[in-house]
Design a protein around this ligand. Structure first.
Ligand code: FA5
Length: 351
């Protein structure tokens, strides 16, 4: 065998023996078999040899290459086995005969308050409706008396899809479809429209203790003959006293502007975290905006195919996520989207 090939084979054997990790083995492989490796380099010297010598030398280099390739593969397998064994040795032994811990999960606090509200509204004769999270500009704004470029749009920036649709900013986006669904029963059969529609809403805005970019609302509407603010206040009071079991809750109604109601109100509840003293959860005001509401604007009824000279109605947009905060004493709304299962499971016995 050619002396330089013989020397390189010995050098390779010594180096392989010294390798003890997979990473070092990879380095060795590149060093000997890589494009610029030591074995490959041998072939570059062949130019000076006679055709006969070239033949023998080439074949010997190839034999060495095959030998090194096999030896590296064998070492790779041995090192991999050893590494696996080390990992297995590090695993703590456990008793497989112990009974399993079956954690079956729990309802999210928002789901709990949503179901409670649905229950309460059902007892008052409201239908519970579902609606899409992706809506058109018409559904979310234009049908609600908010034309393009109306300044009220600035209050609700959202996430737009390439096709021009958007993630709904408010459950009010379903109002128009609800009016169209029930108007025949209203007009032909004299049936008052009563519906609530909970849903996830999205807003492109900064988050804090009482604002999230993804949150839940429950919209409610009642439309019929002579529906008045008295009906609105009664429905709101009934819902809140049922959800909070009448416990120490103060409510206030103040004027509020929304283009789709006239008159419009903000319905606030006393902060259940600080008892009204002021804290970060209520922006230190002692009150939390929970459920804006008002008498449905004539333009909105008209757009839904209902004659505002004949029928009136109220609408509200209850903040379900905030309601869950207040009901369960969650100080920061962001915790409700945190996915912290242990934290969320403490609010329900119903697992
Ligand atoms: C609206 O969304 C109106 N569509 C409500 C409405 C319906 C008014 C029908 C009149 C008639 P507003 O942006 O204020 O209004 O949101 C309503 C409620 O949703 C708030 O009071 C609050 O409880 C909740 N809410 C709004 N933004 C957020 C947010 N970023 N994070 C958590 N809750 C929110």
């Amino acid at each position: 065998m050619n002396e330089s090939i013989c020397n390189l084979r010995e050098q390779f054997n010594d180096a392989l023996l010294a390798v003890s990790t997979l990473a070092d083995l990879e380095t060795l492989k590149v060093e000997y078999l890589g494009k610029k490796g030591l074995i490959t380099a041998l072939l570059k010297n062949m130019g000076k040899l006679s055709p006969e010598e070239k033949k023998t030398f080439g074949s010997e280099v190839n034999t060495l290459k095959g030998y090194a390739t096999d030896a590296i593969a064998e070492k790779f397998e041995a090192l991999q086995k050893a590494e696996l064994q080390r990992e297995l040795d590090a695993v703590e032994l456990f008793d497989i005969s112990l009974p399993p811990v079956l954690d079956r999960g729990s309802y999210h606090p928002v789901t709990l308050v949503q179901r409670r509200c649905e229950e309460v509204f059902r007892t008052m004769g409201f239908a519970v409706e579902d609606y899409s999270e992706i809506v058109t500009d018409y559904e979310c704004f234009e049908s609600l008396n908010i034309p393009p470029f109306h300044p009220a749009r600035d209050m609700q920036d959202t996430y737009y899809l390439d096709n021009g649709q958007l993630l709904k900013t408010q459950t009010s986006a379903a109002q128009n479809a609800i009016y169209k669904k029930y108007r025949d029963a209203l007009i032909n059969e004299g049936k008052t429209i009563k519906a609530v529609f909970p849903g996830r809403c999205f807003r492109n805005e900064a988050t804090d203790a009482c604002h999230e970019n993804t949150f839940f609302q429950m919209e409610g509407v009642m439309v019929g003959k002579d529906i008045s603010i008295a009906n609105l206040i009664y429905s709101m009071k009934t819902m809140l006293s049922e959800v909070f079991d009448n416990y120490g809750l103060k409510v206030r109604l103040r004027p509020g502007f929304f283009p789709f109601v006239e008159p419009g109100f903000e319905l606030d509840i006393s902060c259940q975290i600080c008892g009204g003293e002021g804290c970060p959860s209520c922006k230190h005001s002692g009150w939390l905006e929970l459920c804006p509401c008002g008498m449905i604007h004539p333009n909105v009824l008209r757009e839904g195919g209902i004659d505002p000279d004949e029928y009136t109605g109220f609408a509200f947009g209850l903040g379900l996520t905030r309601l869950a905060m207040m009901k369960y004493g969650v100080k920061d709304i962001r915790d409700l989207n945190s996915g912290a299962l242990t934290a969320m499971s403490q609010f329900t016995d119903d697992k």
